[in-house]
Design a protein around this ligand. Sequence first.
Ligand SMILES: [Zn+2]
Length: 258
Amino acid sequence: MQPGTARPGDAVVVTVRGAEDSPTGTLGDRELRFWPIPGGHQAIAAVDVEAKADPLGLEVQLPGGENADDLQVEGTLEVAEAHFPERALTVAARYVTPPPSVKKWIAEDQKAFTRAMAQPPGPRLFTANFDWPVQSMLTAGFGDLRLLNGRKQSQHFGTDLDGVTGDPVFASNDGAVVLSRECYTSGNTVLVFHGAGLYTAYFHLSKREVKTGEKVARGQRLGRVGATGRVTGPHLHFGVKVEGHWADPESLLRLDFE
Ligand SMILES: [Zn+2]
């Protein structure tokens, strides 16, 4: 299991070697889905962002095959306390109280996200580790608790990377574009599916340079940094979704898949 100690919202990878058939298991109360990798099976999961600083139980069942009993393996993931700083931000009022004229747009964005992130299950589409989509300074981390314009509370489910409008944005890893769309809140948005229940998200682009359905390689250009949607200025919001849960992108980049 990587890592040995995680924080709430971290991505975790569980690798099983030597089992012929696919294992099953749980991490805390979350089901693990294993996919074949060379020499074994692997599951990618995320620790609940609301998790307390208590150890999480790992249970993995290994099917024994025709002439053997099933095996159960147990482990523990230490969970450290979350440190989510509180920040006050000011954005255009129309992003805190959207006018009635954009209600339909926002509803269609939500439908498009749901559809894009319901890809049929399958093994991972990548072999290398994940990389930053832009090489720049991190300006806001995952989990920040935000107060927008002094009234709307929200939590930041991604990592903000500093940038200048027009800077290139690259795919964090191999995958397929499952959404390329102008959204109200996230602005020009690209979502990439990497298999194994894993997605990366690129928000607020000034320009999208890939189409839905397109296969992309790690390091391939997806678009350009911008300031579209709910922003305080030009930057890239980089998001990671693991099995239906937003996870800390920094934690995914620390995992060794190679
Ligand atoms: Zn952000």
